[in-house]
Structure formats: C-alpha cells, structure tokens
Design a binder for this molecule. Sequence first.
Ligand code: NAD
Length: 350
Amino acid sequence: MRVLVTGGAGFIGSAVCRHFVADLGHDVVVIDKLTYAGNLASLQPVAGSPRYAFERHDICDADAVRAIFAKYQPDAVVHLAAESHVDRSISGSDVFVKTNVLGSFTLLEAARRYVASGRDNAATEFRFVHVSTDEVYGSLGDDGLFTETTPYDPSSPYSATKAASDHLAKAWQRTYGLPVIVSNCSNNYGPYHFPEKLIPLIILNALDRKPLPVYGDGSNIRDWLYVEDHARALGIILAKGRPGETYNIGGRNERKNIDVVREICNWMDRLRPDGASHHDLISFVTDRPGHDQRYAIDASKLETELGWRAHETFETGIEKTVRWYLDRADWWEPLRNRVYAGERLGLVKS
Ligand code: NAD
C-alpha cells in the first residue's frame, strides 16, 4: 500500500511513518510544509528506506497537492498536517484557519478528483483517514466519556478549526462518496514531541532546573495516549475501518495535569538526582483562557470492532518518554536553542 501522509514531519506523523515503513511495510510519501513544528530529524529512522519519499509543500497549495496525487498514485491518505498547539491558536488563529480548514478542504478536493478520475489503483479501496482530536467535543464535567456520538462543542480556535475540518471530511464522504474515516484521539505524548507541549516542556525545564509552569490549579484532566499506540491505531483504522465511520482513540489514562508534572518530577529525581527535589520547581501560573476542564475517551468501538488495544499504560509510557528526552539531546537541543526556548505562549493580547 502506498500512503500519502500529510504532516509526516510532525510529532504523530513521524511516528506514523516510522510504524508504517518499519512494521507494516507500507510505502509512505510525506507532504509537509516544515513549519516550526516539522522536523526532518524525526524522520531520520526511515530516511534511507526505498519505501519513503518526502515532498515539501503547503497543503493549501492546490496545484502542488494535485501534482503529488498524480505523481505517486496513492492508495490512501492519512491526513495529519495541522497547526496543533492550542496556546498558539489563542494568540494567532489565522494560520489555524488556513491550514486546518482550507488545507483540509484542498486535500479533500484533490482526493475527490483523483478518485473520480479513476487514476487511483482501485477506487473502491481508496481511503482518506482524517486525523482529529477529542478536543472537538469540548469539556466534560466530573463524569462521563466522549463517544463517537458526543455533540461537537469546541472551545479554542484550535479545536474549532479541527471541528470544521471534521465536518468537511464527513461532508465529502456523504456528498461525494469519498471513502473518509475520521479518528478523534486524546492527548498524545512520547518521543519526538515538540517541546512547547506540556510533557516535553516539563522534562526539559526540569533538566535545566527552570520553573515548571502549571496552568491554574493543575486540576485539568487529560486522557494520555502514548504516540506509538496512536500510530498503531491509525494503521488498523486504515486497514479495517469502515468509510463513513468515526473512531475515538484513547488509552484510559486520565490524569490531572499536576499529577503528570509530579510523575515527571519523580522520574527526574530518580534519574537525575541533583540536591533539591524537582518538585520544588513546580510553579502555578495564570490559566489558559477557555481551558477545558476534562477530556476522557471511550475507545470501546475501536477496541471491539477493530481489535486495537493500547500497549502502554501512562506509567510505562512516561518512563520511556523521560528516558528518551534524557538520551536524545541531539534531537531537542537545536529546537530549544533556535526555535522555542520555553517562553509562555497564548496569553490574550488586547
Ligand atoms: P505537530 O504540530 O507536531 O505536526 C504538524 C505537522 O504538520 C508539522 O510537521 C508541520 O510542518 C506540518 N504542517 C503544518 N502546516 C502545514 C501545511 N499548511 N502544509 C503542510 N504541512 C503542514 O502536530 P501533531 O501533534 O503531530 O498532530 C498531528 C495531527 O494529529 C493534527 O491534525 C492534530 O490535530 C492531531 N491530533 C494531535 C493530538 C496530540 O496530542 N498531539 C491528539 C489528537 C489529534
């Protein structure tokens, strides 16, 4: 199978490429614009493979996207390219609307024309997997889980643009018969995560003995999934998912943000003991505007219908993640030095 992976140089996209090439034997063609979040070093493990090709383009560029379909004749698209950081969407929403909404539209249109032209290898087998987030469902109270039928209620510019793109993807399935599958996944963590996101930011700040910022009182709850479990889920959805369906992906690992930070501090105290405990660095800061209180995923449809199971618990995954960052300064140091040094993002400017 030849799979066009948009956003393949990003955190999840690169995990998908590594898994598809090394474990599933798929050919992958990456389209990526290489924004601040795109990093070819994350694709280095597959870079020498004859199964891998890279194309630097913006998914909003309709001519370029059409040419890529014609050149590679893919059997499937796994669409991950997006602006992905909620804080950045608060202070600069325009690029989120462009990439997440217009870019997704451009890709859906190109896929529709490609399938209609009969140039794909087998039109009925073609798949368009649209990768989305549980944030489209809004915020949960103390109880309950997001299911595939939970109404959309996005809170941030990021989740609103992802919700818009989910609606476009579903409309292209219902109106044009494009074989679209939508996946909505909970918060990912693991290796190759850009250090603006909570878990790598806390690990690297702890390593530097800098303050560990926790928004509000740290009581917000996220449902954490190890990134390689997400990549495996997408491989299974691509192989066995039914067009027109939505699959929620999550590992039943709800944690309060403050408990995530404490767990990282425990590991840092164990692996990098350095006099005072890393817990002393925790610093509560002004909350994010519109901060959803709780996300939690019911993944039973994916588990029972398609047979996926998360391999990692939060405990096993966070240990692997902390150890990876301690070992791989070669990957994150250039980013901390040149792209993002850990400063606060996403405060509303008047
Ligand atoms: P990321 O920010 O790490 O990577 C995004 C990639 O897309 C980068 O390589 C970037 O260069 C590329 N890109 C951005 N704009 C582009 C454009 N206009 N044209 C081409 N390429 C462009 O994001 P991620 O965390 O890997 O997320 C990937 C996808 O998964 C996103 O669609 C996101 O909404 C979704 N998702 C993420 C999470 C999470 O916890 N990270 C959870 C659920 C769903």
